[in-house]
Design a protein around this ligand. Sequence first.
Ligand code: ADP
Ligand code: ZN
Length: 436
Amino acid sequence: MEQVYWNPTMETMPREQLRALQNERLRDVVRRVYEHVPFYRNKMQQLGITPNDIHGVEDLHLLPFTEKQDLRNNYPFGLFAVPQSEIVRIHASSGTTGKPSVAGYTSGDVDRWAELMARAMYCANVGKSDIVQVAYGYGLFTGGLGAHQGAGKLGATVIPMSSGNTQRQIMMMREMGATMLCCTPSYATHLGETIREMGLEPGKDIHLKAGCFGAEPWTEEMRKQIEELLGINAYDVYGLTEIAGPGVGFECVAKHGMHVSEDHVIPEIIDPVTEQPLPYRTPGELVFTTITKEGMPMLRYRTHDICTLDDTPCECGRTLVRMGRITGRTDDMIVVRGVNVFPTQIESVLVGLEGVAPHYLLVVDRVHSADTLEVQVEMTEDMVSDTVSHIQGLARTIHERIKSVVGISTDVKLVAPKSIPRSEGKAKRVIDKRKL
Ligand code: ADP
Ligand code: ZN
């Protein structure tokens, strides 16, 4: 396996040495927030601790958690640890689950974030001679500028398309000879399908070789679809506004979990109910402490994203811990007749199945005080013209498979091609009519 590292010192540092660096940086950030952010000073005082109690990572559990609500309560600038004059950039989360969180970056923060994203893209084999098409939205959302800065650091040629305008995207991709695509996995699917519909052929008309996709949960099945549609290697990249933006976690060629840049953040997995730290390889809620951020450092920020952490050595040689795919956000979880269901569980059943396209929507409702879950999935053109009994047979197969995965009966509805809205950014997979 070819081993390429953007920053070999940091990406392959022996773990004891990495731990020593984290200890030092953790002590520093705790001192900074205690001195400059009243919110953290108050929280630490309530817990009866001072920066002197934090010697290193082993004391992380003593520190307070930070919740999305804390950001909202201190909206917009209350958690900044430097004067506003030191802030060079503002970003905000997409607001998928409520009021957006605002983050402020110093010039050093922007550099460090670009470094994270450069590591991610270099890992996907992108270098100076590549042409990177950024089809994440530009603006307050961190996707567009995050990928832009990372590619810039690598010295690649950037096409700052932003999201949407699909025909134009494809025209540019083709005419400029883009070799790398950055966008959400759902938009990558849409781009791939449109390329095929236009009669274009990857490898001949389109020269993409890799893509870094993230900002929303997706499955291995979806990865295969995207790789086939676009003729590329598709890599998962994770991030969130409160911590940096995309690049906090990135996949290597092993495609077996995302390395977390632990020289900049300390990840933990906790039980979301008891809030107790969980051991490696046990699924739970991902929590981050930033150790190099200046503008808005975060202590034990609760992401509400569910995954595992794994410290076993990776075949790529990086010593950085790996986070597994995000199986869902606790906010996305739907409870149907008392059973927890994540959209990714349904996606893993649907995507790649013959006769259906990778577009689906879950509609939850309550009828006569019982929850119902309708799974809408698009048929392929071929399937639409098949016999009624074949279509019914497909619906029954899907029903049975979903039942074996999530344990409940659903109402499977095969819908016409293109009837489910396409996403240019984060896909909306669930409509919960119980909450309307
Ligand atoms: P939000 O979507 O909460 O408004 P952001 O725009 O900052 O906020 O997006 C961050 C969130 O996007 C993460 O907390 C996570 O839920 C989701 N996300 C980002 N990257 C990935 C990924 N690779 N896989 C799954 N989910 C992701
Ligand atoms: Zn690796």
